[in-house]
Ligand binder design. Structure first.
Ligand code: MUC
Ligand code: MG
Length: 373
């Protein structure tokens, strides 16, 4: 039997409404935009992947439009005609001709894994060596911008048994106002919930040193990316003085960044994101670097839809330690899905599919309805 070859790559930009505005330090989301990749193979199997960022170019160096153009123009010609079942060889071909572009790479690597999983009858977690857990605890982000609304939302999530870990997006206003907002939420929730913050790089080192102390005193469990990503030494200094552990997020834009941060002692916790490392296999390389350096792991999100979320979940399910759990709630921020069966969230966890590949089926009608023309 001849080896199946990659026949085509098709990308679609899909705009989906959110349940409410989602306010981050650098951007307020009113909707979410996904790039969906369909990779078709000569054996009739199709793999799907997703590349999603936040706020166009507000968060990272790739936008939905650049991801689509770069896959169509540069990735597709490298892959068409190549063996579909050799993911190492396909990604090596991309490595030789493409710099950076980890979001686009992640969509491609995900689609190749989905196709190969379907071909072999294995879920992606099993293709990656096997799951050591069937579900992942999922944090919820409170980001309405309003303290009372955020407390109501957290209470609702606790009642529903959907989330008991809350991440608060801060950094768009004066630190003192943010600290009062966070402390009020922690007071209201008490020991019923873990409260964490994400500053999305908004503070200077001087502001961060005082603010991290106050957040630690208020009972915050984890402080994500308080200062800009570039300066590893500054991140290490803030981390050394903070009573609450610091998590690196934007600081990791590649597997090599993970190594440099680990070597520089920049943070005791890493946020793992498939989009920032180049896919579900690539993110595991960052995870293994962190593991070897004694750094705690957290399964992060770029607020992907269901495909990117489940691709992340399959990878994170294989990790021996994931002590800070995950924030794979992207699909819950959207009012619509483009899958026939939506991901299952129950008892504070996202369940990891057990069917071949990612375990997803596209809803063609909805995909067409929400695709940008
Ligand atoms: C980020 O910076 O972590 C993840 C959750 C959320 O609300 O925003 C994202 C991005
Ligand atoms: Mg973050």
């Amino acid at each position: 039997m001849s080896l199946p070859l990659i026949e085509s790559l098709d990308t679609l930009i899909v705009d989906l409404p959110t349940i409410r505005p989602h306010k981050l330090a650098m951007h307020t989301m009113q909707q979410q935009t996904l790039v969906i990749l369909r990779l078709r193979c000569s054996d009739g199997i199709e793999g799907v992947g997703e590349a999603t960022t936040i706020g166009g170019l507000a968060y990272a160096g790739e936008s939905p439009e650049s991801i689509k153009t770069n896959i169509d123009t540069y990735f597709a010609p490298l892959l068409i005609g190549q063996p579909a079942g050799n993911i190492n060889a396909a990604m090596l071909r991309i490595d030789r001709s493409v710099r950076a572009n980890t979001f686009a790479r992640s969509a491609v690597e995900t689609a190749l894994l989905d196709a190969q999983g379907k071909r072999l009858g294995l879920p992606v977690a099993e293709l990656l060596g096997g799951r050591v857990r069937d579900g992942l605890e999922v944090a919820w982000t409170l980001a309405s911008g309003d303290t009372a609304k955020d407390i109501d939302e957290a209470e609702r999530m606790l009642d529903l048994r959907r989330h008991r870990v809350f991440k608060l997006k801060i950094g768009s206003r004066e630190a003192a106002l943010d600290i009062a907002h966070v402390a009020a939420i922690k007071r209201a929730l008490g020991d019923r919930a873990s409260v964490r913050v994400d500053v999305n790089q908004a503070w200077s080192e001087a502001v961060a040193i005082r603010a991290c102390q106050a957040l630690g005193d208020a009972g915050v469990d984890l402080i994500e990316q308080p200062i800009p990503r570039q300066d590893v030494l500054a991140q290490a200094r803030v981390s050394a003085r903070s009573p609450a552990p610091i998590m690196a997020d934007e600081a990791i834009e590649s597997v090599e960044d993970s190594f440099n941060l680990a070597r520089g002692g920049a943070a005791p916790v890493f946020a793992l994101k498939i989009a920032k490392n180049g896919g579900p296999r690539a993110v595991l390389r960052s995870a293994y670097i962190a593991e070897a350096a004694g750094i705690g792991l957290y399964g992060g999100t770029m607020l992907e839809g269901s495909i990117g979320t489940l691709a992340s979940a399959h990878a994170f399910a294989t990790l021996s330690k994931l002590e800070w759990h995950t924030e794979l709630f992207g699909p819950l921020l959207l009012t619509e899905d483009i899958l026939v069966d939506v991901p299952v969230y129950r008892d504070f966890e996202l369940k990891i599919p057990t069917t071949p590949g990612l375990g997803v089926t596209l809803d063609e009608e909805r995909l067409q309805r929400f695709s940008r023309r």
